[in-house]
Write a protein that binds this ligand. Structure first.
Ligand SMILES: [Zn+2]
Length: 272
């Protein structure tokens, strides 16, 4: 599932292809949007800006219209040079935008909506989003306030996934960030001091920024850090159930957490 770093990387690539370029053609091949008349509504409008917030991506067009996208589990934004072969079947394309040099394709939706700029500001789901961990200026105070307003009995790993508290962390970063900070993801948020919680975010943020730069790869340690894991893209605990912890050799554990039962991975020794 794409997390904030993937979306920020996509926003950069899509923005580089569209902003300042003439949009020659827009197609909405998916049946759900076949009659939405987006090509007509967007005709002649340039793209002003492409940005990500948490796991949401926004294409902001001239004239007060914004295309909002959320990839959920399987959606994807791709940028191709004209004539380059697509990496997913054209049947899976929901949106295609052509410039003289590029094709920007949104595959597999599943959330794609055209809205006015003012609606993006007042849309309840978007307004409820917590501060973006990848924002240039991450708002720690707002994050802590939202965490403390939430149920203090909630497990930390579950709370970190809640996009209303903190936008951008998904299932991979939830586990990796807790490991990096040495904090047990099963502890209730009410038992943790502000410093413990902020250490998790401050540790994950620069690595997520590197991942967003690199694109498509989650980087879980600093590239020059020579300690294990071997590759800077090897995960510390994510999907390593039963394998020895890369730091202490204790077996990594995993269990579903929270209302959605999303799997949390942790080292019972390093994160005691
Ligand atoms: Zn360990």
């Amino acid at each position: 599932m794409p997390e904030g770093d993937t979306l920020h990387h996509a926003a950069k690539r899509v923005g580089a292809a569209l902003v300042g370029s003439e949009i020659l053609e827009i197609e909405t091949p998916h049946p759900r949007h076949r009659y939405d008349r987006w090509p007509e509504r967007l005709a002649g409008r340039g793209v002003r800006q492409v940005d990500a917030r948490g796991k949401h991506l926004f294409l902001r067009f001239e004239g007060n219209l914004t295309l909002h996208s959320h990839l959920r589990m399987g959606g994807r934004w791709s940028v191709y040079r004209r004539g380059q072969r697509w990496t997913r079947s054209s049947h899976r394309a929901w949106l295609v935008m052509r410039t003289p040099e590029h094709e920007v394709v949104q595959f597999d939706g599943p959330v794609l909506e055209l809205m006015t700029d003012s609606r993006t500001r007042f849309d309840l789901r978007l307004a409820a989003l917590g501060p973006d961990i990848l924002a240039d200026e991450f708002d720690e105070a707002q994050f802590m306030r939202r965490l403390r307003e939430d149920d203090p009995m909630r497990g930390l790993g579950d709370a970190l996934l809640d996009q209303r508290i903190l936008a951008g962390i998904g299932n991979v970063w939830k586990s990796e960030a807790c490991f990096l900070a040495g904090v047990d993801p099963w502890r209730r948020t009410g038992e943790l001091g502000d410093g413990d919680v902020l250490e998790i975010v401050r540790g994950a943020r620069p690595l997520m920024q590197i991942s967003a730069e690199r694109g498509g790869h989650i980087v879980t340690r600093y590239p020059r850090d020579r300690r294990s894991p071997r590759s800077d893209e090897d995960k510390w605990v994510y999907e390593r159930t039963g394998l020895p912890c890369r730091h202490c050799d204790t077996r990594v554990r995993s269990r579903g957490q929270g209302d959605d039962n999303r799997t949390t991975y942790w080292c019972p020794e390093c994160q005691a």
